[in-house]
Design a protein around this ligand. Sequence first.
Ligand SMILES: [Zn+2]
Ligand SMILES: [Zn+2]
Length: 361
Amino acid sequence: MPAIKAAVCHAFGEPLKVENVDLRAPIAGEVEVTVKAVAICHSDISYADGAWGGSLPAVYGHEAAGHVTAVGDGVAGLSIGDNVVVTLIRACGGCPSCASGAPTICQTPYDGDHGPLKTADGGKLHQAMASGAFAEKVVVHHSQVVQLPADIPMESASLLACGVITGVGAVVNAANLRAGQDVVVIGAGGVGLNAIQGARIAGARRIVAVDMSAGKLEVAKEFGATDGVLASDPEPWKAAKAAMGRGADAVFVTVGVAPVYDTAPRYLAYGGKVVMVGMPATGAESKYEAANFAAVGQSMVGSKMGDVVIKRDIPWMADLYGQGRLKLDELISGRWKLDQINEAIADTKGGSARRNVIVFD
Ligand SMILES: [Zn+2]
Ligand SMILES: [Zn+2]
């Protein structure tokens, strides 16, 4: 098997190790993509820190863009040389979720222990999130891949794999936001900024960003927030409601912090919904006053990966980017080499970064 360089996690909480690993050629239904850019997501960091468990050693990384360099049997519509984005949304196409148009919650399990990766000495190497994209190349199922315009920069395109679709999709698909509705976005990080620009694209009236950092609230305004509220305020929902003149039709929780879910319903208008995007660590619980939901028709709904259908949603987002109506370049705060991945992760953990992207020559 050909050797490639990848950043491998051998123990939770330890630095990743960049080393040679083996990647087999694509079999039926798979494609090989030579990675040109891969963004670092908080999910990668949560996995590497052990927050969600999982098999080790493992290769994380799931927000990649690159060129198709090999195609397995039975793959239609993708050719060698195509610019593509690689997502973690592996969809079988035949389970009840896939068949009802919800591929992000595909019910067919995938075991990354038996994927295309092996350690250099032939041992088990887990392909995390069906991607393993902190690497020079990936071999993935064709359902995870979407063709891109030829002229889109690869580092910008990589963001379409996760952070952008998760935020924009939460607004457009999960909340089904109508023009004129009011929105609160809790957390103005990589996903939150995209929920904010998704709300702007969808025609929201007021878009209130809530974050611990005054600097991030300023950035949020560049992405379309009309108002900003500091989360350190003892009762930030009061300031948010004052800005809107009412409660929110949709509140997007984009941070993986359980106590934030306790208070998210307080921002709601009658009939409003909390869209649950951020994922706290396994076992973390939150609580809220249950009766209110029935009394005033409120709801909480989970949204995985923006409930996207990638071959429908990524092309329109790429086109909006080409028109200057969806910001991608502005989301990138740092570019790094694969050998610098631990520094890049530390920078992301510092909290001030938007998206750090690993780029390949
Ligand atoms: Zn991600
Ligand atoms: Zn499925």
